[in-house]
Design a protein around this ligand. Structure first.
Ligand code: ZN
Ligand code: ZN
Length: 250
């Protein structure tokens, strides 16, 4: 499978990157993980507006889902004469309501469900197209999920947003590529159950036995090089920073 970083800025967009969004492709199937601020624009560098096959939202903070409002417009008012059947959207309980109210303060729930086929995520194992996915709750102030995606004997694990989490460690067990948030900096921010710092991301990767670590969700006000070197002190495998338009064959 192929992973492409659509956006990787943490919490709010930077001059260089949209917020969280990652395209995962295999066998001609396109699964998008998260669609934060600015992601819909960037996504069009990588595929057509209507080329996605499924969307997974790790949680309902704006920096992970808010461009779904723009994507609703693009699908509902499609201008090229084509028709948009509902695309599967996997998200936490309340995803449809959250997106509907973010879009407008008048109820448009029925309209949104005309172009999005909402599925409520719970900790479980299920198939999305050619992928087998495992979802687990991670530690964040709202209901949030990490996801492990498997295809052809390889795996990708995405942390979503989380504080230190044993469940995440188990989810990432021996994973080929661990896409892990490192929003905080060791010694600078320390709020439990919110985000990982570089050191904690490295420790999680080490304990999980991950083969490769890619740090993501670093906010524009944070020096990514500090988080990168903190992670490298803990995890001896390859570590790098996510960057917009970077892609990985897994
Ligand atoms: Zn976030
Ligand atoms: Zn969040």
């Amino acid at each position: 499978m192929k992973l492409t970083v659509v956006g990787c800025s943490g919490s709010f967009p930077s001059a260089e990157s949209a917020c969280s969004s990652y395209l995962v492709e295999a066998d001609g199937f396109r699964l998008l993980l998260d669609m934060g601020n600015g992601a819909l624009g960037e996504l069009q560098r990588h595929c057509g507006l209507y080329d996605l096959d499924a969307i997974f939202l790790s949680h309902l903070h704006a920096d992970h889902c808010i461009d779904m409002c723009a994507y609703f417009v693009a699908r509902y008012y499609r201008h090229d004469g084509g028709r948009c059947d509902p695309i599967p959207v996997y998200g936490p309980e309340g995803t449809e309501h959250r997106l509907t109210t973010a879009y407008a303060d008048t109820p448009t729930a029925s309209s949104m469900s005309e172009v999005f086929d909402f599925h409520t995520v719970k900790p479980s194992t299920f198939d999305i197209g050619p992928f087998t996915v495992h979802t687990e709750r991670v530690r964040h102030p709202v209901e949030a999920y990490g996801i492990r995606i498997e295809h052809a004997g390889k795996s990708l694990t995405y942390s979503g947003d989380t504080g230190v989490s044993e469940t995440l460690e188990q989810l990432a067990r021996n994973t080929d590529l661990f896409l892990c948030e490192a929003a905080f900096t060791h010694g600078k921010e320390n709020i439990p159950d919110l985000h990982l710092n570089g050191r904690e991301a490295g420790q999680t990767a080490k304990r999980a036995g991950a083969r490769k670590l890619v740090l993501t969700h670093i906010p524009p006000w944070t020096d990514p090089q500090v988080n990168l070197s903190d992670a490298r002190e803990e995890f001896r495998g390859p570590v790098e920073l996510a960057a917009p338009r970077a892609s990985y064959e897994i």
